[in-house]
Design a protein around this ligand. Structure first.
Ligand code: CIZ
Ligand code: SF4
Length: 319
């Protein structure tokens, strides 16, 4: 703890020296989330991270999360320096949607509006008509459906399938998945629910169908946090990355949170439900990046300008 305090103090001084602000995702290490809060930064989902970073006056954004979040920040504010604790932190959705194949898929379906999840590369965003996060996916697709548009959705097939069911829109799905959410098991959730009958089940829609079907609330990280605060239940079973417990516990100190099982046995798994790429963000690489300006994010200028259009459409979208 003393070493942690010392590291945090050094990072605080570096943030001031570099005129930088720390923007952290809910799935990062609780130490990083706390540091963001203590230094006037933000802890949020990818939509709010993008909004916060683009509006904050700091000239350097230090983005703790995965690569697409740093790229999004750079695309929205090309004049700012965007740093990340590591450039290795990617996402199975981004990896599973390479631009050449995706672009060919879009070319085969020119009649469809291309809607991509924020968890994609700058090049994929540049090929899209709309970028969405899980916070606004349903609203955007319902809006397009109301205009009679057919949709090509990428990359998460679980979230896309959920959106298709909820909106009734004509949605063609790319075959991608999140390696973290895909592991949640319906049987395990049911078993756990039997042991905690009063618990409400909170599910992120990147989870498989059968798990989503058990959700009392299905939604983005920010929506699940809100549900933890507003539902009367004192216990919750949560199917998303367990980094979210930091914020849930902070806002609801008297409530109990159980991670949804990633095995059918109903045994909870403390080491699972933790994105390996999010976990690459740590105090030591965060400090190193601020100290020497390493791990700066660059996005090709023309690509960035093209990708900015659907990103700004996302930020401007209100129901
Ligand atoms: O799973 C992710 O990476 C999420 C939930 C991103 C986001 O939109 O905050
Ligand atoms: Fe990607 Fe899943 Fe990790 Fe989120 S939790 S960054 S969707 S692999």
């Amino acid at each position: 703890p003393e070493q942690v305090d010392a590291a945090k103090a050094r990072i605080k001084a570096l943030l001031v020296r570099e005129n930088a602000v720390l923007v952290a995702h809910y799935y990062t290490d609780p130490l990083i989330q706390a540091l963001a809060e203590e230094t006037g930064g933000c802890v949020a989902d990818s939509l709010e991270m993008a909004r916060f970073g683009s509006q904050h006056p700091a000239t350097t954004l230090l983005v703790a999360g995965v690569k697409f979040m740093g790229e999004t920040a750079k695309i929205l504010t090309p004049h700012k320096r965007v740093l990340m604790p590591t450039l290795e932190a990617t996402c199975s959705l981004d990896i599973g949607c390479p631009i050449e194949e995706f672009s060919a898929f879009c070319d085969q379906h020119p009649d469809r509006a291309v809607v991509v999840y924020a968890n994609t590369s700058a090049a994929v965003k540049a090929r899209a008509d709309w970028v969405v996060t899980s916070s606004i996916a349903l609203d955007v697709v319902a809006h397009l459906d109301a205009q009679g548009q057919k949709i090509l959705w990428a990359p998460d097939k679980h979230l896309g399938g959920y959106v298709q069911k909820q909106t009734g829109a004509d949605v063609l799905l790319w075959d991608g998945a999140c390696i973290v959410h895909e592991e949640f098991k319906a049987q395990g959730v049911e078993d756990l629910k039997r042991r905690h009958p009063g618990a409400a089940v909170l599910v992120h829609p990147e989870s498989p169908d059968a798990v989503v079907a058990l959700g009392d609330v299905v939604g983005s990280t920010s929506q699940l946090i809100k549900a933890a605060q507003t539902l009367p239940n004192s216990e919750f079973i949560v199917a998303t990355d367990q980094g979210i417990f930091y914020k849930m516990q902070q806002l609801c100190p008297d409530k109990t949170f159980h991670i949804a099982p990633t095995a059918g046995s109903g045994a909870t798994c403390r080491s699972c439900a933790n994105c390996p790429w999010m976990a690459m963000n740590a105090l030591d690489n965060l400090e190193q990046t601020l100290r020497d300006g390493s791990n700066e994010i660059f996005v090709d200028k023309a690509l960035g300008e093209r990708a900015m259009l659907p990103l700004n459409r996302m930020l401007a979208f209100t129901k």
